[in-house]
Design a protein around this ligand. Structure first.
Ligand SMILES: [Zn+2]
Ligand SMILES: [Zn+2]
Length: 241
């Protein structure tokens, strides 16, 4: 059951750019918590209506800016480029479970021929977003009479795929999740194509465009044999006359 009224409306309400942030009343209570990412984070999605209501589902269809630190200039996700996230946040007793996909364009250079390469990547996302324990969060929840009790265990913060809610449990912040997921998804060696021939190690010419490119083989290890061959040929020529 989607409490946001349907996918279309959810798309509008959860789009992070649409959030005003600072003049938001929730944004102020946020600063009293110990969360690093207040509601005005560009990756924050309001989940206040879903969290603490086990069984509820909140659809998410949003475009986030790509977080920094995914790859490098050579190959990666350009910071602030679009990352399209589609999925659903399922409310559990102690937090939210997010499952969905993220689509973005990975750009860089081929490791063999240095040609610009890019590809549209779609990766699966799966994360548990527990309600973080904090005095402010606790008070906030008591104040609203929420029955959502059990909060999380501290060690879970360290575990993979666990991204605690921010703002006293009012926001799901996708920054760290996206960064981690894309870093994991980057191929070890970016190639323009799996059978890229690369560059000539001697002159640097692109062997994909010049498949017949060769250099005169000149390996000094063969010089002795080569001169022997020439001598033998001369001798053969001489005796042959
Ligand atoms: Zn290449
Ligand atoms: Zn060459």
């Amino acid at each position: 059951m989607a409490n946001a009224g349907g996918p279309t409306e959810a798309a509008g309400t959860t789009r992070p750019q649409a959030r005003g942030g600072t003049n938001d009343k929730k944004g102020e209570t946020m600063s009293t918590t110990q969360d690093k990412h207040p509601g005005r984070s560009r990756w924050a999605v309001s989940v206040a209506q879903t969290v603490g209501r086990p069984g509820e589902t909140q659809e998410l269809d949003a475009v986030f800016p790509a977080p920094s630190g995914v790859g490098d200039d050579f190959y990666g996700l350009p910071e602030d480029s679009d990352v399209h996230v589609v999925g659903a946040l399922d409310s559990l007793v102690d937090g939210l479970m997010f499952q969905g996909t993220a689509s973005a364009r990975i750009v860089g250079r081929c490791a063999r021929c240095l040609k610009d390469v890019s590809h549209d990547a779609m990766i699966d996302l799966s994360a548990f977003m527990p309600v973080a324990v904090s005095r402010a969060a606790e008070n906030d929840r008591l104040g609203r009479g929420s029955k959502a009790s059990e909060t999380l265990v501290d060690e879970m913060d360290e575990a993979e795929d666990v991204y605690p809610l921010t703002g006293g449990g009012e926001f799901a912040d996708f920054e760290a999740l996206l960064r981690d997921a894309f870093i994991q998804a980057l191929p070890f060696t970016p190639l323009c194509s799996p059978d890229c021939k690369g560059l000539c190690p001697q002159c640097g010419i692109d062997l994909n465009k010049n498949p017949d490119h060769r250099h005169e083989a000149h390996d000094t290890r063969w010089d002795a044999l080569e001169s022997l061959r020439e001598r033998l040929e001369r001798q053969a020529g001489a005796t042959g006359e």
